[in-house]
Design a protein around this ligand. Structure first.
Ligand code: DAH
Length: 339
């Protein structure tokens, strides 16, 4: 019996060592330690052992069992380690690859347009940041060179929670927040929902979305702004797209401009989409006003920057030729499932 026990023990340890998966290992365990396994079978032969020998033999069988179990636990650890290592090898992340989002089912057209915009700017090295929708007057207006009595505040009336806290009217509020952190250089885009006291019609809504951009660094010029937006327009609307800068006024940029892109439907000849002009107005932009830089704690002698703001719904509606903004908010499945 002693010899048989020794044999079982050695076979079991060998089998355990050569098991290469948890399934194989469990099989070995059942074969040797299971209810009907080798050790149990051996114990059945106990009746042939002289009664005074039985405790000693029993002890030997128990020792063998413990040894086999220890071997089993050790092998289990090895197999888990191997599985972990293989998984680590398979799941290496290539940080140089562009980010991807997996979506199942339909996506809202605004979401598609926003992700397309993000992709282009991430490709140019921008970071996507988000700010709060419930905002301080200080970030939405004050730090953007729009003091309490400024007429721009009338155009951008909104819901006030208190005198100083409101639903933000523009994503430009995020600019002030980012600049205030003092981390340089800045190269960010900021998408998000904004609110205004507007009546609902085919082109207006009290809640819509903007896509803001901000770059601040040493030696940033208007040429950088022009090059950036030209590059963006070509990637977003097609390689033939031209951009046109028209002088404009925004309180927080100086000089400021509105930007038109050549109509991507007719290529600039004039059609229904561009109302016959060949151009489509697409965004506002400019060089960050020195006062805004200074108020946000950045030395305008050392740093300069540019900013731009795109109306997301406008881009979405142009891209998909949607002629009524209300369609974007009604959540009508017949509309949404087209995307
Ligand atoms: N915040 C402006 C608006 O709501 C849009 C805008 C214009 C943003 C010029 C900018 C900018 O960053 O530079 O009308």
């Amino acid at each position: 019996m002693k010899e048989r026990l020794e044999q079982i023990k050695n076979c079991a340890l060998q089998a355990i060592e050569s098991a290469s998966s948890m399934d194989e290992l469990n099989e070995v365990k059942v074969r040797y330690l299971g209810k009907k396994g080798e050790l149990s079978q051996l114990l059945k032969g106990m009746k042939n052992v002289a009664p005074e020998e039985r405790p000693k033999v029993g002890q030997m069988v128990n020792d063998a069992r413990q040894l086999i179990e220890a071997g089993f636990d050790k092998e289990k650890e090895l197999i888990f380690k191997k599985i972990r290592e293989e998984k680590m090898k398979r799941e290496v992340i290539d940080v140089t690859l562009p980010g991807t989002k997996v979506n199942v089912g339909h996506r809202h057209p605004n979401q598609i347009a926003q992700e397309d915009l993000e992709r282009v700017f991430i490709g140019m090295g921008y970071e996507v940041v988000e700010g709060p929708e419930v905002e301080y007057d200080r970030y939405n207006f004050e730090l953007l060179n729009i003091p309490a009595d400024h007429p721009a505040k009338d155009e951008q009336d909104t819901f006030y929670i208190t005198k100083d806290i409101l639903l933000r009217t523009q994503t430009s509020s995020v600019q002030a927040r980012i600049m205030e952190t003092g981390r340089m250089p800045i190269r960010v885009v900021s998408p998000g929902r904004v609110f205004r006291s507007d009546e609902v019609d085919a082109t207006h809504s009290p809640s819509f979305h903007q896509f803001e951009g901000l770059v601040v660094d040493k030696n940033i010029t208007f040429a950088d702004l022009k090059g950036t937006l030209q590059q963006w327009a070509q990637e977003f609307f097609g390689p033939e797209t031209k951009v046109k800068f028209r002088p404009h006024h925004f309180p927080f940029t100086e000089p400021s401009a509105e930007v038109d892109v050549s109509c991507f439907k007719c290529g600039g000849k004039g059609c229904r989409m561009c109302k016959g002009s060949g151009w489509i107005e697409i965004l506002g932009c400019g060089m960050v006003h020195p006062k805004v830089l200074a108020d946000c704690g950045i030395d305008p002698e050392e740093y300069s920057g540019f900013a731009f703001g795109i109306g997301l719904e406008r881009v979405t509606m142009l891209k998909y030729e949607i002629d009524d903004m209300r369609l974007l908010y009604e959540n009508d499945a017949r509309f949404l499932k087209q995307f």
